[in-house]
Write a protein that binds this ligand. Structure first.
Ligand SMILES: Cc1cc2nc3c(=O)[nH]c(=O)nc-3n(C[C@H](O)[C@H](O)[C@H](O)COP(=O)(O)OP(=O)(O)OC[C@H]3O[C@@H](n4cnc5c(N)ncnc54)[C@H](O)[C@@H]3O)c2cc1C
Length: 455
């Protein structure tokens, strides 16, 4: 029987789609400058058994599988591949259990990140990793990319919260990894192996996550700086101070201006950089922490600082940062980069980014997670301008090299996907990459899971 017919017969009615108009919506992710392939079909399973059946049938026919969450990848990780099956987890979107006594939640992979904290907040609990895309990215995608976010500076990344996974392997078998306990060291850490494996080693179908007690409130501070250097100095001073801030984000002037154009927030458009800082410590500590951070910003040369304890004003300030992506997408084709450096080297990275853009005549907008050294220099290209895109991609590569030369990484949170494979060996070394490939061959000998990506 042909592949699609066999798949459709095995899954419930409506779970396999070949309508080209529907498939078009599942070809792309948010890496808009790459051209995706054409999938043979899209499948929408609603259970682990259905995922396993789809994987077994695809394997038997030698058809590749692209696991897909909400399609917000910025590294081409969930784009369709020619002739492969796009396997969307969007219909597996149930919150299965909130275990208040053990501060944990069990969810299916299609649940949106933001919905987890919304569901657990009545229990006084929250799920900390909060990508700027939290309203439109799934927890399955977060696991697969080991997503970070705005409050990683205090709380860490997705990996730090994954207790247990259920995974469908490339042969259609199902395994469980991890523990319900806080401690547990029996055997190799397979949970850690699947987190960040970008859909290349298995398909995550169920997740148990650790939660934290929800903070009682926040104090938020904004500071504007006359130069990028003074903003970098403030970040270095705050980091060295040991303050336990829950968020420290930076936006350069170019980004501030596009966000202000987009949302009319009355931001200081003449400042070279804006720092957003938040503390969610218990009162009165959070106010003290933010005031201390403001004093350090003033000492570094800030032109203006202000803080608020008002939740709505705080949220509006954070919104300025979250709108950076959508505001840029409105203006053209953004080529998002995502590099990390040791925090003390942020000022050097900011300088290297500006030089790389100037060298290639590209427009760059830099914003990111200053608290953990993870920056998103984003090159903006007029839609359809191939020459500008080629120049921007040369600057993109130079920025990756600059991050490596500063002792950093080619990706802090978005992943390698389709776009950074040529730089991976340079970062991890040939021996390390050979081990990664050996793991891939062991778990997926026919190479059907997310074919053609970095492994
Ligand atoms: C405006 C904007 C802001 C963003 N901000 C951040 C940020 O602050 N921090 C951050 O980390 N990321 C950020 N991202 C990137 C993106 O949202 C994350 O990478 C997110 O984790 C992807 O989730 P998704 O559900 O959209 O996954 P998708 O894009 O659908 O997939 C991402 C990868 O995960 C794999 N995958 C998906 N589901 C599964 C599964 N169940 N099992 C196995 N593999 C799977 C896919 O094959 C693919 O390789 C941002 C994106 C945008 C557009």
């Amino acid at each position: 029987m042909p592949f699609v017919d066999e798949l459709a017969a095995a899954l419930p009615s409506g779970a396999v789609v070949t309508d080209p108009d529907v498939l078009e919506g599942y070809r792309h992710d948010r890496t808009s400058w790459l051209t995706p392939g054409h999938p043979v079909a899209a499948a929408f399973p609603t259970s682990t058994a259905e995922v396993a059946a789809a994987v077994r049938i695809a394997g038997a026919h030698g058809v590749g599988i692209v696991p897909r969450g909400a399609g917000s990848s910025l590294c081409g990780g969930s784009q369709a591949v020619d002739g492969a099956l796009t396997l969307s987890l969007e219909r597996m979107d149930r919150i299965l259990d909130i275990d208040g006594a053990n501060q944990a939640v069990t969810v299916e992979p299609g649940v949106m990140n933001a919905d987890i904290s919304a569901a657990t907040s009545p229990h006084g609990l929250f799920y900390p990793p909060d990508p700027a895309s939290k309203a439109y990215c799934s927890i399955g995608g977060n696991i697969a990319t080991n997503a970070g976010g705005l409050c990683c500076v205090k709380y860490g990344v997705t990996r730090d919260y994954v207790q247990r996974l259920e995974v469908v392997l490339a042969d259609g078998s199902v395994i469980e990894t991890g523990h319900d306990t806080i401690k547990g060291v029996a055997g190799l850490d397979l949970t850690g192996l699947f987190v960040g494996s970008e859909g290349t080693l298995g398909i995550v179908t169920r997740i148990r996550l650790r939660l934290r007690p929800a903070p009682s409130g926040t104090s938020t501070m904004v500071a504007f700086f006359p130069t990028l250097g003074t903003a970098g100095d403030a970040v270095a001073a705050i980091t060295a101070s040991g303050l336990q801030l829950s968020l420290m984000e930076i936006m350069d002037r170019a980004t501030v201006v596009v966000v202000d154009d987009h949302a009319r927030m009355g931001l200081d458009r003449d400042a070279a950089a804006l720092l957003l800082i938040q503390s969610d410590s218990p009162e009165p500590l959070r106010r003290v922490e933010v005031e201390r951070a403001a004093a350090l910003c003033d000492e570094a040369g800030a032109s203006y600082t202000a803080f608020t304890d008002d939740p709505e004003e705080s949220e509006a300030l954070l919104q300025a940062r979250r709108l950076a992506g959508p505001a840029l997408e409105e203006l053209g084709e953004p080529i998002w980069d995502d590099v990390g450096v040791p925090r003390s080297r942020i000022p050097e990275l900011l300088g290297a980014i500006e030089k790389a853009a100037d060298r290639h005549g590209a427009r760059v907008f830099t914003f990111g997670h200053a608290g953990d050294g993870n920056m998103h220099p984003t090159l903006l290209v007029p839609r359809g301008d191939d020459d500008a895109r080629a120049a921007a991609l040369r600057a993109f590569d130079d920025i990756l090299v600059a991050a490596l030369e500063l002792g950093g990484t080619i990706t802090g949170e978005h992943g390698v996907g389709s776009i950074k494979a040529p730089f991976l060996e340079r970062e991890v070394g040939a021996g390390n990459l050979a081990v990664q490939r050996a793991i891939k061959r062991t778990l997926d000998p026919a190479g059907i899971l997310n074919p053609g990506r970095w492994l």
